[in-house]
Design a protein around this ligand. Structure first.
Ligand code: SF4
Length: 120
């Protein structure tokens, strides 16, 4: 089966033609550098995404604290991660970059604060 994808690793935006064998990549053409094939393989065989969202707070200056994962997590875990995020409530002031949930869901990525937040 053939799939078409745009490489987003750099502004060139190469149009990749990917030959797949089930869920595996059999071949890639159209890339101007080796990163294109690597990107296609990652996207098709084990896509990853950085989760960017917000968690609830209590007793702090804002009702929501923006957070993100410290590194991409498997795309297939995003729904479970969003459900887990709904259960988090931050009650103490944090600095930007502070870890809100270490090794979030055991995925090897921390959930970190995207901004500082103080008490009310
Ligand atoms: S294949 Fe290489 S040159 Fe083309 S968009 Fe990807 S990174 Fe850029």
């Amino acid at each position: 089966m053939k799939r078409i994808m745009t490489c987003i690793e750099c502004p060139q935006g190469c149009r990749l033609e990917i030959e797949t064998d089930g869920s595996r990549v059999a071949g890639v053409t159209g890339q101007k550098c080796p990163r294109g094939a690597k990107y296609a393989r990652q996207e098709i065989e084990s896509p990853m995404r950085t989760l960017t969202t917000s968690v609830l707070t209590r007793g702090l200056e804002l009702k929501m604290l923006p957070v993100r994962t410290s590194r991409p997590i498997p795309k297939g875990s995003i729904f479970e991660a969003m459900e887990a995020v709904k259960r988090i409530v931050v009650t103490s002031p944090v600095k930007a970059g502070a870890v809100v949930a270490p090794n979030f869901l055991g995925l090897g990525a921390d959930l970190v604060a995207c901004r500082s937040i103080a008490k009310l």
